[in-house]
Design a protein around this ligand. Sequence first.
Ligand code: CUA
Length: 191
Amino acid sequence: MAEISGTAKLPPSGDKHTEASENLWVAFVTGVMVLLVAVVVYTSVHYGFHPPSQVETIDSTSLHKGGEFSEANLGTVIAPDGSALVRVVAQQYAFVPNCLVVPAAKPVTIRLASADVVHGFIVEGTNVNAMVVPGYVTTVRTTFQEPGEHLMPCHEFCGIGHQAMWAHVRVVEASRFPTDADKQKAVTCAP
Ligand code: CUA
C-alpha cells in the first residue's frame, strides 16, 4: 500500500532570495499590464482605432429600393482629395459589384450591407477582413499600396452557394480615375 503524504518541503519562510525574485516578477507583470492598457487607451483616443463598425443600422430588406445601396450607387466614387469610397452589397451568392476598382496609395473606405444573411469578406494579401451582418453597415478603411489584383471571397458560410461567392479587387494607379466633379458616377472594373 502506497502511503499518501500531504507534507511537502516548503522553503523556510522569510527566504529573502525567493521574496526578492517574486517581487521582481510581480513588478514586471504589472508593468506589462499597465503598458498594454496605456497602448489601448492611447491608440483608441489618439488614432481613433476601433473594431469594424457594427453600430450603423440599415433596413436590409429594402436596399434595392433606394438610398445609399441602390444599384446606381454601387461601386467606387473618388472624392476631390483622391480618396475612394466603395459601396458593395453582399447577397446570396454574390458581391455586387463583383469587381471593385480602387486607387493605389490612397485611403479607401469600403462600405458593405447584406441583403439577406450573414456574409463575410476578406481581401487576400491585406488585413481587410470583416463580417457583413444583415441590418448593419460594415465599414472598413484601408490603403492599397501597390497596383494589383486581389481575390475577395466570402468567408462566412451563407448557404449552399457559399463557396462560389467571391469578388475581385483591382488596384490601379490613382491617375486612372477621373476626378472632375461631373464624373462622380460609381465605377466598377472595366469589362
Ligand atoms: Cu456569402 Cu458565404
